[in-house]
Write a protein that binds this ligand. Structure first.
Ligand SMILES: Cc1ncc(COP(=O)(O)O)c(C=O)c1O
Length: 441
């Protein structure tokens, strides 16, 4: 009997009791390789002594101070650190406690910016189908996972969804990757024209799509065209790097590889690496200036905004990543992981596509490699793979609804930045066995 309302009420979850490095142990002593960092969170692995030391030092000084009374050294230093390494023009940071909160803050900041600029008619949001931006009502509204939105639809703010970048299934045979990206950018442009360019607040997109599709990057040139289109109509570009950001793809921010800088960047997960709940938005100086010279206050805050312990944890995580040059390891081991996945699954009859960037890789599971036909969702292939992987002491992040929100299955891998090639080989071997067992079973 449990009094916890667990995610899945019928499911019996093992209890995690300890963790170190890439491993988590449950109450029976069974050990799991954490090859997904939970949900792409634990970027430094578990129980890192330098993060714990940083958090202890903060606790010894100041555990909490409300931001309506005080700033804190931890929040100031973290903001300095993030701005110093941010894409062009992102000059301020606002701290929250997670990814959904970061998206809520981004949406409200974008709306307030236009109200203060004298453009209160801007009320529409545009986002993409098959995206995930979180579960709070604003984040759910922009999210493009249909089944998750359905029950709450009457409560959601008006958002218009355009196609995601999904090269594996949606690029036509006679189209180059660039032409495909151009077609998608044109679709966005047409949607904006339909709504009236002066009525749109923002376009929201994950730079590399995570939970809903399994590490799907954009095609070359897509985000540059999106940036141009947004600029043409004065629409803000909000990039959601809650999952794919903070080093996961091999650069601190995934948008660095796209050659664009957003107006607002949402980050979380790898920011604190799971040591504390923390998220943030980074915003362009011009948005800050509009509000600073207007009302003088962002009309949005939480009790735990800028929590000193969470900021200290995030600061320690970011310093360790730089000190140990871990982004170089993400790139090197990311390439090894991609290679090993290709070797093991490149001709696998039930794996249609291997994709990703850095230590953010995904496999799309199909019933037929030739036709790309997905498995019947009734077979719950993603749940089977998760079960078989856990049985083999492996945590990966499988999910269903890859193709259209209902059918399709994928497996997401997001191992910690401290991983070595031997551990990656073990992950790929166990994953292969788990997928084979799930399909046979
Ligand atoms: C891209 C993206 N945005 C937002 C969120 C929501 O973050 P959280 O679960 O911390 O609220 C997630 C979580 O998986 C995510 O992957």
């Amino acid at each position: 009997m449990t009094h916890v309302l667990h995610r899945s009420i019928a499911h019996r979850y093992p209890t995690a009791v300890s963790a170190k490095g890439i491993f988590i142990r449950d109450e029976t002593g069974k050990e799991y390789i954490d090859a997904s960092g939970g949900a792409a969170v634990s970027c430094l692995g578990h129980s890192h002594p330098d993060i714990i030391a940083g958090m202890r030092a903060q606790l010894d000084k100041l555990e909490y101070a409300h931001t309506s009374f005080f700033s804190s050294q931890a929040a100031e230093e973290l903001a300095d650190d993030l701005v110093a390494h941010a894409p062009d023009g992102l000059g301020r940071a606002f701290f929250v406690s997670g990814g959904s909160e970061a998206i809520e803050a981004a949406l409200k900041l974008a709306r307030q910016y236009f109200v203060e600029r004298g453009e209160p008619q801007r009320r529409f949001l545009i986002a993409r189908r098959q995206s995930y931006h979180g579960v709070t009502l604003g984040a759910l509204a922009v999210g493009g996972r249909e089944w998750q939105r359905r029950a709450f639809a009457p409560l959601l703010i008006e958002t218009h969804h355009v196609s995601p970048v999904y090269e594996y299934r949606e690029r036509r045979g006679d189209e180059t990757a660039e032409a495909y990206g151009e077609r998608l950018a044109e679709e966005l442009n047409a949607e904006i024209e339909e709504l009236g360019g002066a009525n749109v607040i923002a376009f929201v997109a994950e730079t590399v799509v995570g939970a809903t599709m399994g590490a799907v990057p954009a095609v070359p040139g897509y985000f540059k065209r999106v940036r141009e289109i947004c600029d043409r109509y004065g629409i803000l570009l909000i990039l959601d790097e809650v999952m794919c950001g903070m080093g996961r793809t091999g650069t601190l921010h995934a948008c660095e590889q796209e050659g664009v800088s957003p107006d607002i960047l949402a980050i979380a997960k790898g920011l604190g690496g799971g040591y504390a709940p923390i998220g943030a938005i980074l915003l362009q100086e011009r948005i800050f200036k509009t509000i600073a010279e207007g009302s003088g206050a962002f009309q949005h805050s939480h009790t735990y905004t800028g929590h000193p312990l969470a900021c200290a944890a995030a600061l320690a995580v970011q310093r360790v990543i730089r000190r140990d040059d871990l982004l170089a390891n993400v790139r090197e081991q990311g390439a090894h992981l991609a290679r090993r996945l290709q070797e093991r699954f490149g001709n696998h009859p039930f794996v249609g596509n291997v994709r990703g960037r850095g230590l953010f890789q995904g496999l799309e599971i199909v019933a037929d490699r030739g036709t790309k036909e997905p498995f019947d969702p009734q077979r719950k292939m993603n749940a089977r793979i998760k079960r078989e992987a856990m049985a083999r002491g492996l945590m990966v992040y499988p999910m269903g609804g890859t193709v259209d929100g209902i059918s399709g299955d994928h497996v997401l891998l997001a191992p910690p930045f401290i991983i070595d090639s031997g551990a990656i080989d073990t992950i790929v071997e166990r994953l292969g066995e788990a997928i084979d067992a799930a399909i046979d079973g």
